[in-house]
Design a protein around this ligand. Structure first.
Ligand SMILES: [Zn+2]
Length: 212
C-alpha cells in the first residue's frame, strides 16, 4: 500500500500542522514502516503529517503503535527543549519581565525566553487530532500514562520526575521515596520538600524520610 493511501484525514484547522507537535508539517510519517518490523501493531498502517524534527524522532521509536511513537516523540522534545521548558519552572512571566535585564547582556534572553518557553510547552502539550482513515476512527487502547503537572503534560510521571530532579538538582532517590509517601497528586509538595534537603547529608535525609 502506498503511503498516500493510508494518509489520515486532516481537519481544516490542522491542515498545515504536524500531528505530533502542531508545528508546520513539512513531511509525513508512516507507521508501521519497513525499518522497524512489528507483527502486532493494533491499528492499520497509517500516515500522519509531521514536521521534520518529529519525523526524525518518530523514525527512531522502537514501539508498536502510533500512540507509543507519539509518546517517544514527546520525550525527545522534552529532552531537546529542556532549557526552554525550564524557564517556566524558574520564572513567572511577570518575574521575567521585571528582572531588570534591560540593556544588559541578558536583555536578549529576557525578550525571547518566555516565547521559547511557550512554544516548547505548546509542542509538548499538543495532542494529535483523532486518527480517521477512510471515514473510520482508529481508537487507542486507552491506558495513556501521561502525567499532567503545572500546565505541562508529561509523557509519563517518569519524565516529570527526571525533569524536576534535573532542574532543581534534587536527589532522585530521595525524591522518589518522598513521592511514594505523598502520592503523585501531591507532586508539588514532594518537590517543595525535597528542595529543602538539597544540601542535606544522607543521615539527615533518612531522618526526614522517617519523620515525613
Ligand atoms: Zn512536530
Amino acid at each position: 500500500m502506498s503511503e498516500y493511501n493510508c494518509f489520515i484525514e486532516v481537519p481544516f484547522q490542522n491542515r498545515h500542522q504536524c500531528w505530533f507537535c502542531a508545528e508546520p508539517a513539512a513531511s509525513h510519517f508512516t507507521f508501521p514502516h519497513q525499518a522497524h518490523v512489528i507483527f502486532d501493531c493494533p491499528h492499520p498502517k497509517l500516515t500522519v503529517p509531521s514536521c521534520s524534527e518529529c519525523l526524525d524522532a518518530a523514525l527512531k521509536a522502537k514501539v508498536r503503535s502510533i500512540w507509543q511513537v507519539s509518546q517517544q516523540v514527546k520525550k525527545f522534545l522534552m529532552r531537546k527543549y529542556k532549557k526552554d521548558l525550564a524557564i517556566g519552572l524558574n520564572w513567572t512571566r511577570e518575574e521575567l519581565a521585571d528582572a531588570g535585564f534591560e540593556g544588559g547582556s541578558f536583555s536578549g534572553f529576557q525578550k525571547s525566553a518566555w516565547f521559547m518557553y511557550e512554544v516548547a510547552k505548546q509542542r509538548v502539550n499538543f495532542f494529535g487530532w483523532p486518527l480517521i482513515l477512510d471515514g473510520v476512527e482508529i481508537t487507542s487502547e486507552g491506558d495513556s500514562e501521561s502525567f499532567n503537572f503545572d500546565g505541562v503534560c508529561y509523557p509519563s510521571i517518569e519524565e516529570a520526575i527526571e525533569y524536576y530532579c534535573d532542574n532543581f538538582r534534587l536527589d532522585a532517590v530521595f525524591f522518589r521515596q518522598i513521592l511514594a509517601k505523598t502520592g503523585p497528586d501531591k507532586f508539588a509538595q514532594a518537590v517543595r520538600f525535597c528542595r529543602l534537603y538539597i544540601a542535606a547529608t544522607p543521615a539527615e535525609k533518612s531522618r526526614a524520610l522517617h519523620d515525613f
